[in-house]
Ligand binder design. Sequence first.
Ligand code: SF4
Length: 117
Amino acid sequence: MNKTERLTRRQLLGVTVTAAAGLSGAAAFAQAPAGAASFPKLDEKDPTAAALKYVHDAKTVDPKKNPNYKPGQHCANCLQVTGKDGDAWRPCNIFPKKLVAANGWCSVWVHKPGTAV
Ligand code: SF4
């Protein structure tokens, strides 16, 4: 085994450890924070919500004003939502200690793998 091969094995080990840490972090990220059920609903007029163009009903989003919006996008299929599938109001990593509507949307929506859009 030469030096280059050893380096490659180290790199592979590093990638594996990083990937494992990332997966466990992602799993923790997906969990609702403690006490989430009692969080208040996010107000569309909240300054951060307004800045991110959050609405309770994604069907009201104007695609002309929000070109990154595509029909089918909503909080329930966003990577940032946590809590329980099927709940009408769920925690979101972007709005700590608030609940967002499952049918809501904001401009930082990112597809949650494994969900339909
Ligand atoms: S980040 Fe995702 S889940 Fe949170 S409000 Fe925006 S679209 Fe909804």
